[in-house]
Ligand binder design. Sequence first.
Ligand code: ADP
Ligand code: MG
Length: 697
Amino acid sequence: MTRPLDAIFSPRSVAVVGASRRRDSLGFSLLHNLVVNELNGAIFPVNPQARAIHSLKCYPSVAAIPDPVDLAVIMVPRDLVQGVVEECLAKGVGGLVVITAGFSETGEEGAALERRLRETVRAAGVRMIGPNCMGVINADPAVRLDATFAPTPAQHGAIGFVSQSGALGVAILNVAQDLGVGLTQFVSMGNKADVSGNDLIEHWEDDPETRVIAMYLEAFGNPRRFTEIAKRVTRKKPILVVKSGRTAEGARAATSHTGAIAGTDVTVSAFLDQCGVLRANTIEELFDVARALARCPLPGGFRVGIVTNAGGPGIMATDACVNLGLHMAELSDATRATLRSFLPREASVVNPVDMIASATAEHYARTVAAVLDDPQVDMAMVINVTPILTNPIDVMEAIGAVARERTKPVLAVMMATEEFYDAVKTARDLPPVYHFPESAARVMFLLARYAAWRRRPADLPAPEFDTDDAQVAAILDATPEGYLDPAATFRVLDLYGVPLARWRLARDRDEAAAAAREIGFPVVLKAVAPGLVHKSDVGAVQVDLRGEAELAKAAAEMERRITAAGHPLEAFLVQEMARGGHEVIFGITTDPRFGPLLMFGLGGKYVEVFQDVRFAVTPLDAEEARDVIRGIRGFKLLEGVRGEAGADLELLAEILLRLAQLSQRHPRIRELDINPFLAGHDRANARALDARICIGS
Ligand code: ADP
Ligand code: MG
């Protein structure tokens, strides 16, 4: 035994402390699971009240066991756990799993007991899973450890699964069994007093049997360490996560757009994306993806070839792929000629290839081979609607034989009976099979995303910009808490190299007129008033004022309006009237767990309507910044559509990186919005029109 968790996963002897004769108890179920799954090792029930349980000799205490004990599974009442753990350590056990609940999940008293437990095991250098967990499984046929009380056993396979929830653990094992998915190991982590999800990822990192790491998470214990580990491990093997608790972790009343949107679940998705971790929406989807990752090679790109024996499902598949952002491969002339040579005349030999209902297993084999061998194709979805004469198992085997000889993923969609699914679900040498094209398309998309992550250069450094941070700090320090005034806000942005629309502050109408002459008409007039955040809502923005008369009139009316709205006028802001380009938003917000977050999206009024934004956690490298810009739904708008000029995309990425540096070097900035930033086709045509910075205490 060489690795820290080996005593837990591969024990040659297991003590069950708190084993019970009562059939309806957890203490019986767990012992029963160890026995019926035929642990390759000795089992020692411990219970002072019994002589034998489940036909095994029972010991009054751990100390009374004459043999060495690798793993102790503890399920005694809560107040006895500490004593039992100490006894186990005195006995020299190699690892601990504490099933007993009633610790930090119940309040301060339990938390104190849990801290003591952690200190005890850490001082002894022995690892502990739990407390408050469902146990562990190692499905390796050489070990056959099922130290859980779950009714469903695990089949052996290639997926390491860790669940933060014990109750969901039972459901996870059920879904795995239904889908015929095999696991290497399964861990219910419980309260993670000692062993964490991060430890388990590291345990599986170099385990050759575990090809896919899957996690059900409710919260990130230590996001910084997770990032570091996940970025490294996903270079070797995929990590799949279902993250529940889609409510706001960092939700709080936020006046900035960035803060309000960041309070939602998008933050977690951005964070996982940046670590190369794939996020599934449901446990079922997680297993759908995991099956493919365990069985298929990774695709070289996003181009899909579809082969079907019915038109409808082919169209469904095409729609699903295109909607997700996959591309339909364009088959070469040579491929089409090959297909023509053996398919019936009614068949369609463009993608999706429709072989029509008469297709045989042989047709499938030849067609799938031709499509996969086309260099334009990165992966194939093969659809079969069971016709009367062909046996779908023959079709599956034909596809499997072709797929095995190639290095591109093949996913099967079989619209067949449940008997068919039962027959093929555990056949690990066959392609993964799905009920519907939509699920297969989603899996393909995640495979392609993961493959793209693997091709990306690793560990790019975050770029550094030359900035006068002492001056920025001095400006920020002048405001104890709350919003910076507009002049301070613009100066900070200027010091950080964010281009700004020319601006002047004016105390009254005369100064405003002078400012406008200096800037040059047309100008934009805005009111500055304490507590006035969303200016256009109260008529505090007037654009395109073409001369002094217009300006004077606008200023008088604006002053009247905002005073009536309860905002005494402090000053006017006069700005150059900017034209052309795309309104985008940049933002910074801080998350109690993830630290500073960057946001980018379509700006101006579009933020409120479409919320088409992406987030990134810091630090941020140049490629990640580009990913954020490219990742919004409306990216095509920024590229320029219908003859309209596109935005300077490199500049946008650069501004995001500059703001990342600002957020990291000046943690007093709690929120920042630049909205809108008008992005033209080059640097000279790009400028921030409105911004606010909120300082934390
Ligand atoms: P707020 O967000 O407080 O309502 P803004 O300063 O963002 O006020 O102005 C509202 C809208 O007016 C902007 O989204 C933009 O479309 C337009 N606008 C503001 N400043 C300028 C400017 N200098 N040039 C052109 N249009 C502007
Ligand atoms: Mg604005």
